[in-house]
Each structure stands twice: as C-alpha cells, then as structure tokens.
Design a protein around this ligand. Sequence first.
Ligand SMILES: [Zn+2]
Length: 70
Amino acid sequence: MVATWKSEDQGEVACENCGSRYRKTVTRFPMRDKDYFDCDTCGFRMDEWNSTECPSYAFLGAKNVGPQMQ
Ligand SMILES: [Zn+2]
C-alpha cells in the first residue's frame, strides 16, 4: 500500500543571510521528526523543527540583485 502524505506549498522563502531563494513545502507525517535545514549556499540555519509537519526546501536560485532586475 502506498501512503500519500499531505504536502502544502508555502511559496517562496529567502535565506536571511545570503538571499538564496527556496520553495518551501510542508509535509505532514504520521510521526514526529526532528531536523533542520541549512542554506545550501552559505550554511545559514534557516529552519529547525520538531514536529509532524516537516518543511522541505527546493533551491530556486540566487538572490535577486539590483534594481536592473525586472
Ligand atoms: Zn544563505
């Protein structure tokens, strides 16, 4: 039997330290999970949790730079 856990797209988040952008998805698991996520780019601790709702982060790109970016 394949279990499908509910996951919820929470949109885009950015690293507070370097501005790298990630898409955050929160998945609800039947068991509590304790973990953390460090920014892939700079290693900044972006999130930690001890919960049945576990976020995951997909790298989208580097910081949006400058006013020339439309
Ligand atoms: Zn970062």
